[in-house]
Design a protein around this ligand. Structure first.
Ligand code: ZN
Length: 276
């Protein structure tokens, strides 16, 4: 029982809470299920670009010198032969499977290594060198890069908070926990923005570097298109996550917020009376 502002509120039943949990989970899964809309354009193009790999390969090698990154110890690791099965089997390295298949690439700041399949995915290399520049050549971009995993962790945590029941009536005084619960969708979205910004900056620097390294104009145009699609996957992920967390929180709140008991009407029609 919760008493506030002269009114009595009663907690909701376990059945209501279960209904809320099921609907909230279903809604957030449905929203996250829209992710292929954002990722498909990128995946389709990267597969098409395998045939054009030789057009980008030599300029990418040149870009490592032009950028000054080679001097700073950055290397490009060709994963088509070197990646061991042990690494692929490691769940933390699951992305390596995609890298070996040439449908993804990455930069590892702690090792100063760009990982890609040099026989298929050199088009991704300029963007990854952009990540290396973010890491080694800019304080703000380095900070944004460091926010990636804490940001994803915080967004994941907000997904859990969204499923916590709402213990108080709507206008009851709120503490920090209540404010976090009320804003968990926004917090999840904002937590992912540093990564979107860092990705955009890596592409911007990658395109600039490709130009400086002498990549043909028509290929630069194609590179811009490709990197825009890559950015869409990150922006889409942030938007879908924020929305999924928001929807889950609203549904949970609807099914778990205590209900007001109408004291006046129950007093007006008493079930018992006393003789005086
Ligand atoms: Zn990236």
């Amino acid at each position: 029982m919760y008493s506030y502002d002269g009114n009595i509120y009663v907690p909701r039943s376990e059945g209501d809470a279960l209904k809320g949990f099921i609907l909230a989970s279903a809604a957030s899964s449905a929203i996250m299920g829209t992710m292929p809309l954002f990722t498909k354009p990128f995946t389709r193009q990267i597969k098409r670009e395998h045939a054009n790999n030789s057009l980008y390969r030599d300029t990418l090698i040149k870009a490592l010198d032009v950028s000054g990154l080679r001097e700073k110890g950055v290397r490009i690791l060709d994963t088509q032969f070197t990646l061991s099965d042990k690494l692929i089997a490691d769940p933390k390295q699951i992305i390596d499977k995609d890298i070996k298949a040439g449908v993804n690439a990455c930069y590892i700041p702690t090792r100063k290594v760009v990982k890609l399949n040099a026989d298929k995915a050199c088009i991704s290399g300029f963007h990854e060198l952009g990540h290396a520049m973010n890491n080694l050549k800019g304080k703000l971009s380095n900070l944004l890069q460091k926010c990636r995993y804490p940001g994803y962790t915080l967004a994941g945590l907000m997904g859990t908070v969204a499923l916590f029941s709402t213990p108080k009536p709507k206008d009851a005084p709120k503490n920090l926990e209540d404010h976090v619960r009320d804003n968990c969708g926004k917090i999840a979205f904002i937590a992912m923005l540093p990564t979107v910004a860092e990705e955009a900056l890596a592409s911007h620097r990658g395109i600039k570097l490709a130009k400086k390294s002498g990549l043909d104009k028509s290929l630069i145009k194609n590179l811009k298109k490709f990197y825009t699609k890559a950015l869409l996957t990150y922006a889409g992920n942030a938007a879908a996550t924020g929305l999924a967390v928001f929807a889950a929180a609203k549904i949970t709140e609807h099914f778990t917020r205590p209900k007001k008991v109408n004291v006046q009407s129950s007093l007006a029609q008493p079930h018992f009376y006393q003789e005086v």
